[in-house]
Each structure stands twice: as structure tokens, then as C-alpha cells.
Design a protein around this ligand. Sequence first.
Ligand SMILES: C[S@@+](CC[C@H](N)C(=O)[O-])C[C@H]1O[C@@H](n2cnc3c(N)ncnc32)[C@H](O)[C@@H]1O
Length: 235
Amino acid sequence: MVADAHAARVRQIFSNIARRYDLFNALSSFGIYRSWLARTARAAACTPADRVLDVAGGTGDVAFELARRCPPASIELTDFTPEMLEVARERIAAGAARGVDVGVREVDAHNLPYTDGSFTMVTCAYGLRNFSDRTRAMREAARVLVPGGRYVVLEFATPPWAPWRALYGWYLGHMIPLIGGVLCGDRSGFEYLRDSIRGFPPQEVICDELRRSGFSAVSYRNCTGGIAAVYTAVK
Ligand SMILES: C[S@@+](CC[C@H](N)C(=O)[O-])C[C@H]1O[C@@H](n2cnc3c(N)ncnc32)[C@H](O)[C@@H]1O
């Protein structure tokens, strides 16, 4: 399934940190990531008729937030790291799906094993910056959506206000590898995560890529002064 060295490395990192991933998120963001998840669910605003595909769904945060706030008919929770999905399965067993039909499947975002127009919504949180070929993953998301279907993306972003950007840059550079190293014993994995956030293009570039990948009505909203952004786009 993993075709290139970058993907193999990403998969190895998430396989190593899967068991501590949720704790790392909570601590490293001082809990703020929960408000970004809520913003993502509000942007998704699923209805009971929606069939959702969550790409790079990891341990299931987005899927379970949707199930809690705006339950759709079904959610296909996918990721290419089995250890992350194993945690998601345990959370489902503990009741996190809240009665929503959540299927869990090992899937590479670059080759979605679904026929065209299978879903009314695709979600992807913190996945884009890890993909080997971001626009290919965007085109795959467009392909499996019905016409009029929506793509909702949460990703780290570039704060527009320079002093905030500098402060955040310092935190990212020093604290993320430190917290990750202490919690997960994998400092180099968190140096990769830091670099993937630093190297990720600004919001307008992502909007252009979405348009070129087959989406219209592309927009975004910054979270916490632009540390993250929620993008919405329509096929
Ligand atoms: C930072 S985690 C985000 C997980 C989850 N969406 C969340 O909000 O917590 C990134 C996830 O992307 C997955 N991933 C990276 N590249 C992928 C790919 N090509 N196909 C599928 N999943 C991928 C990793 O396995 C990891 O679980």
C-alpha cells in the first residue's frame, strides 16, 4: 500500500505514536484543538442524509465529533496506519460513535477504493500536509463526492499577524519536539511534524489547489489567529 519513502516514514511515525497521539494533541495545544474540531463540525453541518468519508481519520476525532454534533447517516473512517485505526476501533467499542454507523478501513488517501460519487461529504483533518501528493488526494476526494458534495478540511495554517506568527513559530520550533519526545519517546517524529507544519503553504495557496482539483465555492476560516484553518469546498 505504501508506495514511496515519504509515505513509509509518515506511516512509521504515526504507528509509533498512535497510543499517545490523543494525549499529545490535548497537551501540545492546551486543549485548543477541541475548539478547532468543533469549528470543523460546524462547517460540516452534516444532516442525517449525509454519507461521510473521513480521510486520514487517525484515531477518529473528526468522525466522533460529527457523530456527536450533527450525526450523519454513516461515516467511513479511513487511514493508512493500522495502529491509529486500532485506537479508533477501541473508541467505537467504548461508545464514541453514538449509534452512527461508523465503518473503519485501511485506505490510502491517494487511491480511494470507492466508486465515483459514493459520498456526500469528505472530511480530512491534519492529513493534507502529510500526503506525498496533496493535489492528487484532493482530486481523489472530488472524484468520490457526488456533484454538490462538500469537502471539509482542517489543517495547520499561517497566522497573518506577524508578531503572533513569530510567537507561534518559536513554540512550534522548540516545544513540539520537546513535548513529543517526552510523551512518545520519538523526538525525530515530532521534528518531522514540526517541519511539515512549517513547510505547509499559506491558506490562499491551498484554496488555489482546491480550485484546480475540481472544487468551487472554496473558502476558509482561520482558527486561533490563523494557527489552523478550516476550508470548505463544493464539488
Ligand atoms: C496528524 S494525524 C490526524 C488524524 C486525525 N484526522 C485527527 O484529526 O486527529 C495524520 C493522519 O494522517 C494519516 N495519513 C498520512 N498519510 C496518509 C495517506 N497517504 N493516506 C491515509 N492516511 C494518511 C496518518 O496515518 C495519520 O493518522
